[in-house]
Ligand binder design. Structure first.
Ligand code: SF4
Length: 241
């Protein structure tokens, strides 16, 4: 490689690392990655606009932290944290997510990714390169309601992501749903469980009841919480959080 090409490559590398993609950082959590200590990176922006989203300032906000600033932070956390959680917003819509995650893995951290399941090609690349250790993926609603809830026609992308995860056979992952009674009902949840089962997902569906007191993207009426009693006693495939 001649000197000019080496300089161009260095500049390209410097440019992507300077991109401010991350809205904010939670330096320590014991709650987000099962049995691991972790930090959380909140990626700015999302391609969905779920009415019940609790993070409008992240979804509509600008990034404040660059990839290189995150690398500097992580250097100080080697041997102190087990893992880095990529959350948001939606981390997979960001350019250069793959070199970013590659560098985090090279630093020795486990990587957990929270995703809305809309970017199967990026997910495929990450899985194919063994760059992810744990995935939590949203299932917004049954096919007929998916777009109305997510404000993105991404049901088939979600199914593609689900197939990738099921077929990977080695990545631990979970599927989770936020429940608001004006958007979903118990029959929808049963339909979603059947859909998951048909796709080969054998784990539980984690349900988070909408919390009425939080600021969201769009004002919603109070939700009537879903309870275990709304399902048959032998329905063990649903776990409430
Ligand atoms: S809840 Fe919806 S809008 Fe909010 S970050 Fe998740 S996918 Fe994006």
């Amino acid at each position: 490689m001649n000197t000019n090409n080496a300089l161009i490559l260095e500049n390209v590398k410097a440019n992507w690392q300077d991109k401010k993609a991350i809205h904010s950082l939670t330096p320590f959590t014991l709650l987000d990655y099962p049995d691991k200590t972790a930090c959380i990176l909140w990626f700015a922006g999302c391609n969905m606009k779920c009415d019940y989203c609790y993070n409008p300032e992240i979804v509509f906000g600008k990034g404040q932290l660059s990839f290189s600033e995150i690398f500097s932070f992580l250097k100080t956390r080697r041997n102190l944290l087990d893992a880095v959680v990529l959350s948001g917003g939606e981390c997979l819509i960001h350019q250069n997510i793959i070199p970013f995650v590659t560098t985090i893995k090279e630093m020795g951290f486990l990587v957990k990714m929270d995703t809305n399941g809309s970017k199967p090609k990026v997910l495929y690349s990450l899985l194919n390169q063994n760059l992810i250790d744990y995935v939590a993926m949203d299932f917004k609603g049954p096919k007929v309601k998916f777009e109305k809830i997510a404000h993105l026609d991404a049901y088939s992308s979600f199914k593609e992501c689900l197939k990738l995860l099921v077929d990977s056979n080695s990545i631990p992952f979970e599927i989770r749903t936020t429940y608001h009674s004006s958007l979903l009902n118990p029959d929808d949840i049963m339909m979603m469980l059947d859909d998951l089962c048909d796709s080969g997902y054998t784990n539980s569906l984690y349900i988070q009841n909408y919390r009425n007191y939080q600021d969201t993207i769009k004002p919603l009426p109070d939700s009537s919480a879903l309870h275990p009693k709304d399902f048959s006693p032998n329905m063990t495939k649903i776990i409430f959080r």
